[in-house]
Design a protein around this ligand. Structure first.
Ligand code: GLY
Ligand code: MN
Length: 462
């Protein structure tokens, strides 16, 4: 955990952002996996980690906006817990580590909230993303479960997004640690990408590296020779010559900051001429998008710039035709890149997405588009110094989408369907880096991970 002043400062800044009332930040509980005592790996709620830092189940926090007081509610362990878990520090001692003086048993949280409510005070809470939180909120003050999400506090959501969007130096150091773990994961995967290896041998090894150096992976690993399926979590294919392997994977540090890196490599170490052509186009989009990152520019603009680079590249090799500005305006590129360029990253790999994608990636000046492809941007709004974002252009040949567009004649003035047909067995390429927006532009975070054709061919040949 960071030093206690970091958490005190974050809670004070939250107080400054809010008008009045109390902000209730619920931590997570254990969640049953296949029977009650066999739980999923415990993951603390990221907002609770951000403001209260304590990484244990059963903790909740309150920031009193009007009275400069913070509270932790949690139960001390009893002798039965100690027999199974070993001795644990008291809640009071743990609260002191993050600068909270008021610690009370969890059993007093409901009466505390009810007494504040009867004094006419507002309890602000965040939209729950786990079912047990709905039950918990219902039990705390009798809230109608069907209305809890819509009654979450917009003021608190906006304040949290504002604070968590700007990463401080301690957070950036943690994120870079997570990327350096991802370096080892990806370089190992590249060396393992040989004919005859089963995908899960590689994804399992990557997961082990994450666990050995920090925490679990930051999201279920995407590793596949079928990269045309964007979030492909099936790891049962055997690597065959002629395919490429996409590995989209990151780690969490012990403090739960994440990384998210994608690399695409040819099975056996050598790109075919056709693979190299598409790879270079995506790499160009990745590099040019990164170059364009600076405060004040909308991320949607950078997304569209990357799409234009991809469209121009595809035109050069005969897959697209016509005016590429018009093609991108019409959304024709989305046949090949039907996803957004990237997202915020921090304590969550899709940072703060539990607070609502529109609340994080959009604002008053930037509303979500409705066009296929451009509508899927998780982040579209203006960038600010301190944002950490992913840059992940891709180019995919999705047979079902090609068939659908071809049969409907969608964007046929910009797409050479006959040639695209011949790429239906290609798969996909994605290249993803994690980037800090700085006052003067940007900085690609972490140790550089092999990315050019030459670098990748050198490492996969090892
Ligand atoms: N790396 C997976 C994603 O960003 O959705
Ligand atoms: Mn990503």
């Amino acid at each position: 955990m960071f030093k206690k002043e970091v958490y005190i400062d974050r809670r004070n800044r939250l107080r400054n952002e809010m008008s009045t009332g109390l902000a209730l930040i619920l931590g997570n509980d254990e969640a049953a996996y296949n029977y009650p005592a066999n739980t999923y790996h415990f993951r603390q709620d990221s907002d609770f980690l951000y403001f209260f830092g304590l990484d244990h189940p059963g903790f909740s926090g309150i920031v009193d906006i009007d009275n400069n007081k913070d509270y932790i509610f949690a139960n001390d362990v009893d002798i039965e817990d100690i027999i199974w878990m070993g001795p644990q520090p008291t809640v009071k001692n743990q609260a002191a580590l993050v600068g909270v003086e008021n610690s009370l048993p969890y059993t007093e949280l409901a009466s505390f909230i009810k007494s504040q409510q009867s004094d006419g005070r507002t309890i602000h809470f965040l939209p729950p993303y786990r079912g047990d939180r709905l039950v918990q909120i219902n039990q705390l003050w009798g809230a109608d479960v069907s209305k809890i999400k819509e009654n979450a506090s917009t003021e608190l959501v906006n304040a949290v997004v504002k604070l968590r969007s700007i990463k401080d130096e301690y957070e950036i150091t943690e994120i870079e640690k997570a990327i350096d773990i991802a370096y080892d994961m990806h370089v190992t995967a590249m060396k393992m990408a040989k004919e005859g290896v089963v995908e899960r041998e590689i994804s399992g090894t990557m997961e082990g590296i994450s666990l050995a150096q920090g925490g679990p992976v930051s999201f279920p690993i995407i590793l596949t020779i079928n990269g045309q399926t964007l979030h492909n979590h099936f790891h049962g294919n055997t690597l065959t010559k002629g395919r490429m392997m996409i590995a989209d994977a990151g780690a969490e540090t012990t403090m739960h900051y994440s990384s998210d890196i994608t690399r695409t490599v040819p099975v056996g170490g050598k790109f075919s001429p056709r693979q190299k052509e598409i790879y270079e186009i995506v790499l160009d989009a990745n590099v040019k998008a990164i170059e364009a990152i600076r405060p004040g520019i909308k991320y949607r603009e950078i997304h569209l710039l990357a799409c234009k680079v991809i469209a121009e590249g595809l035109k050069k090799i005969g897959l697209m035709k016509g005016d590429m500005d018009a093609a991108v305006k019409a959304g024709a590129h989305a046949l090949f890149m039907p996803h957004g360029l990237g997202h915020m990253m921090g304590l969550d790999v899709h940072d703060m997405e539990g607070l609502g994608e529109n609340n994080v990636g959009y604002d008053e000046k930037t509303k979500r588009a409705t066009q296929f492809g451009t509508a899927y941007l998780r982040l579209a709004r203006e960038l600010q110094a301190g944002f950490v974002i992913t840059v992940e252009p891709g180019c995919y040949f999705i047979p079902e989408l090609i068939d659908q567009w071809k049969s409907k004649g969608t964007n046929s003035e910009f797409i050479n369907f006959d040639k695209v047909e011949t790429y239906k067995d290609f798969g996909g390429v994605r290249i993803e880096d994690d980037v800090l927006v700085t006052e003067s532009g940007n900085r690609v975070l972490g140790k550089p991970i092999p990315k050019t054709v030459a670098e990748i061919e050198a490492i996969t040949a090892e």
